[in-house]
Design a protein around this ligand. Structure first.
Ligand SMILES: NC(=O)c1ccc[n+]([C@@H]2O[C@H](COP(=O)([O-])OP(=O)(O)OC[C@H]3O[C@@H](n4cnc5c(N)ncnc54)[C@H](OP(=O)(O)O)[C@@H]3O)[C@@H](O)[C@H]2O)c1
Length: 247
């Protein structure tokens, strides 16, 4: 199966980096400078669409006449629905919609996958295999995609913001910035790893570490105010709204 990319930015390079070297060598990449879009569209079975949302229409206008039955467009573009992609790329090609996140650049991404019309089982399996090499995948209905975009698609920024807040808090307590960052980051990473591996209930985990009269309980008294969860919920709602607007 020949694989190509329209758009060779951050996400395309992240997906590419996770592919086995033998497959990677055969991939056709097209960026705006070398303009190999036509070559990708003519010759690839699986075409990852990895341009920014505002560039989709111009790329589609360029490649649509070159696409044929049996090819599959795999869109990672935020907000672009399967219906919009079908209008843009035409009814002949198969479509798969994916919402990845930036963590795939570290091989620990989260990709939601929704097969669309005319996507063959082989094409969907290939997408799952490729993206599975760059982290976790989950198959979801398209109606969930605005929520996915808000949570895991935009989520890396929220976690980085939390890390920044914790590191700044550490600095305020007298730690050096680099040390505070290391402590915050490793704690976030290790906690996520533990929770994933143990599958422990989140409420039970929090209760378990909040020993009565202890330090964590004293800190959580502030963090667990209803305002915090309300702020997070509003953050996700604003991102989901923006995802709907981009469609
Ligand atoms: N970054 C994230 O965290 C994230 C998360 C989920 C989904 N996504 C989606 O992934 C897509 C790619 O995001 P990204 O972060 O990889 O963006 P990016 O780094 O800006 O990459 C997009 C690339 O497409 C190129 N391009 C623009 N017009 C083109 C054309 N006509 N033909 C070929 N290439 C063209 C751009 O070149 P120039 O820079 O020269 O214009 C750029 O290299 C977006 O649609 C975004 O919604 C991103």
């Amino acid at each position: 199966m020949k694989i190509g990319f329209l758009g060779a930015g951050k996400m395309a390079q992240g997906i590419l980096a996770a592919m086995p070297e033998n497959d990677r060598k055969k991939v056709l990449l097209s960026c705006i400078e070398d303009n190999r879009n036509a070559e990708v569209a003519r010759s690839c079975d699986l075409v990852f669409l990895a341009v920014r949302p505002q560039d989709v229409d111009s790329v589609a206008t360029e490649v649509r006449p070159l696409l044929s039955v049996g090819q599959t467009i795999v869109s990672i573009v935020a907000g672009k629905t399967l219906a919009k992609l079908r209008t843009a790329f035409g009814p002949r090609v198969g479509l798969v919609r994916v919402m990845p996140n930036l963590a795939l650049r570290a091989g620990a991404g989260m990709c939601a996958i929704c097969p669309g019309p005319k996507a063959s089982k082989e094409a969907v399996a290939a997408v799952e295999r490729i993206l599975g090499g760059a982290g976790a995948t989950v198959r979801l209905r398209e109606k969930d995609f605005d929520a996915v975009t808000a949570l895991s698609g935009s989520g890396p920024a929220y976690f980085a913001y939390m890390e920044q807040a914790m590191a700044e808090g550490g600095v305020a307590l007298g730690l050096k910035p680099a040390v505070a960052r290391l402590l915050a980051e490793q704690t976030m990473y290790g906690t996520a790893k533990f929770l994933r591996e143990s599958g422990m209930d989140l409420g039970a985990f929090i209760a378990g570490v909040c020993t009565k009269g202890g330090t964590t309980a004293a800190g959580m008294k502030f963090l667990s105010s209803p305002l915090f969860k309300k702020t997070v919920a509003k953050t996700l709602a604003a991102a989901a709204k923006r995802s709907r607007e981009l469609a």
